[in-house]
Ligand binder design. Structure first.
Ligand code: CMP
Length: 139
């Protein structure tokens, strides 16, 4: 499995000043931050990023939430990064998220759920390239 994955600290967590706490939690769990920036997504960018969910009933709500304020895409490095990050962030629905996970601590609902994480190595590669040039990622 790959050693890199993409996360996005979503507008709810970023806007309420939780970015630092989320980064600290992830660093404490052994992830290394190798790229990151604050970014206001346009409708077109959010729509393209979440293209795989285009037919889902929550797509419009998702795009509107993700463009409601700035977010923070980050690239994280760790052994088996995709699975390790999904474990660290917890279930999509914060009501089902395990203790100590990002979503248990900071998410409000299934939609406003604080953080995104890639769900496969293939999507991690696509999502990292969506936000970052090679020159913006430290080796
Ligand atoms: P994310 O990991 O960013 O990828 C897809 C997102 O869709 C997911 O996080 C949720 O925030 C969002 N999502 C999934 N299910 C629902 C739902 N029932 N209502 C609103 N948003 C949802």
């Amino acid at each position: 499995a790959g050693n890199r994955t993409l996360a996005i600290i979503k507008p709810d967590a970023f806007g309420s000043g939780k970015a630092g706490k989320v980064l600290a939690l992830l660093e404490d769990k052994g992830f290394r931050l190798i790229a990151g920036k604050a970014k206001q997504l346009s409708q077109a960018e959010a729509g393209a990023f979440y293209e795989v969910h285009k037919e889902r009933p929550f797509y419009g709500e998702l795009v509107s939430f993700m463009t409601s304020g700035p977010c923070m895409p980050i690239v994280l490095e760790k052994a088996d990064a995709v699975a390790a990050l999904r474990e660290a962030i917890g279930a999509t629905d914060p009501a089902e998220a395990a203790e100590g996970t990002v979503r248990k601590l900071y998410a409000e609902s299934k939609g406003r759920n604080a953080i995104h994480a890639s769900d496969s190595d293939e999507n991690a590669a696509r999502e990292i390239a969506f936000f970052f040039a090679q020159t913006e990622i430290v080796g």
